[in-house]
Ligand binder design. Structure first.
Ligand code: PLP
Length: 381
């Protein structure tokens, strides 16, 4: 069976974990945590970063930092992972779900303006498959209507928004705050892990406090205060340095990991390109976006075809999977949703199929999978 995902381990992880253990600082905010954070800040230009135990946690930190209160409204796509919404719902926010673009699962920046009210506090663009949302439009709206932007960049490490001038800005470095994931299904992984990127200086001090259970411990260790204590709300959002050591090995192999994923992605793209658009749509990379090879997906025309194609691939030893179920019609949120139809989102829920894509996937396997997709559609004729 060719699995959908197989987490890649570079080989250096165990060595760095041993080193962290030998160094005697195993809990959070140790040497490897700092090495990882420096790497992120230097490489992608985030103003300040904090490692977290997951992207979910980083999003929860955002909701605390932005002081979300019951009744506040948060705009985000319905086609996303539960955590994007959950982090804000836990603080009492009302989620106003936006539709996807017709040709891409990402949120449609054109429709956002009509969803903004005086209660809108935050907009959460999700860079689906690592492909940028239209960040210039979203940031313009944020300054016009005075709300915050939290990028859900869980899938978007090492991907960019391309401005009209050609200048590239790393995803996660544009919004006031951003959250990344290092779950084992993401490009770089440490099992479970995440990162909060803080691009608006006003949030840095409080973020460190919330990260360390509401204490000013980080300032204490830098020698800025001579006692530390309870100064705010917070939780235990920081991972053990063992986890950071694992992640650091992955960061050191960034080029290798990204090159391999893009190589396989481009093979799928080429091998499926002769299939009629009546059968499948291939992933769209907007001209204002780059590709980080996070995901290779295809979009078919009906849920019934999706199910049969997934079944056909499975019979032939391949695990392909569909993706998000629309959050606005989920059992938890259905009776809280305002009833607007989100057609594009529902269409991606029904018709999108993700194909296996991981470091050790072989070229012949990509060829085999692509050939099976061809033969499935030949049999439909
Ligand atoms: C993976 C993912 C998350 C959650 O990440 P965790 O690290 O598992 O908490 C959130 N949002 C999106 C868009 C994701 O893909």
């Amino acid at each position: 069976m060719i699995p959908f995902n197989k987490p890649f381990v570079t080989g250096k992880e165990i060595q760095y974990i041993n080193d962290a253990v030998a160094g005697g600082h195993i809990s959070g905010n140790g040497r490897y945590t700092k090495l990882c954070q420096q790497f992120f800040e230097n490489r992608w230009g985030f103003r300040k970063t904090l490692l977290t135990t997951s992207c979910t946690d980083a999003l929860e930190m955002c909701a605390l930092l932005l002081d979300i209160q019951p009744g506040d409204e948060v705009i985000m796509p319905s086609y996303t992972f539960v955590s994007t919404a959950q982090a804000f719902v836990r603080q009492g926010a009302k989620i106003v779900f936006a539709d996807s673009q017709s040709n891409h699962p990402g949120m449609d920046a054109e429709t956002i303006e009509s969803l903004i009210t005086t209660k809108t506090k935050v907009i959460v663009p999700v860079h689906y498959a690592g492909v940028a949302c239209e960040m210039d439009k979203i940031m313009d709206l944020a300054s016009k209507y005075n709300f915050f932007v939290v990028e859900d960049a869980a899938q978007a490490l090492d991907s960019y928004f391309v401005k009209k001038t050609g200048e590239k800005k790393a995803l996660g470095s544009i919004g006031h705050l951003a959250a990344f994931s290092f779950h084992e299904t993401k490009n770089l992984q440490c099992g479970e892990g995440g990162l909060l990127a803080i691009n608006d200086e006003r949030f840095i001090r409080r973020a460190e406090i919330i990260w360390e259970k509401g204490t000013n411990r980080a300032e204490f260790f830098r020698g800025e205060v001579n006692k530390y204590g309870w100064v705010d709300i917070g939780s235990s959002f920081l991972p053990a340095d063992i986890i950071a050591a694992f992640l650091y090995a992955q960061l050191e192999h960034l080029e290798l990991i990204q090159q391999r994923r893009l190589f396989l992605w481009n093979k799928y793209e080429a091998l499926l390109s002769d299939l009629s658009p009546e059968y499948i749509q291939q992933p769209l990379i907007h001209d204002y976006a780059t590709n980080n090879g996070h995901m290779y997906y295809i979009v078919v025309n009906q849920a019934d075809i999706r199910d049969r194609l997934i079944g056909y691939l499975k019979e032939n030893g391949i695990m392909a999977v569909f993706h998000y179920l629309s959050l606005h019609s989920s059992p938890y949120y259905l009776n809280k949703h305002d009833g607007r139809d989100l057609k594009n989102c529902d269409a991606f829920s029904e018709n999108l199929i993700r194909l296996p894509l991981f470091h050790e996937l072989e070229l012949q396997q990509v060829e085999y999978i692509s050939e099976l997709i061809h033969s499935f559609f030949r049999e439909q004729e």
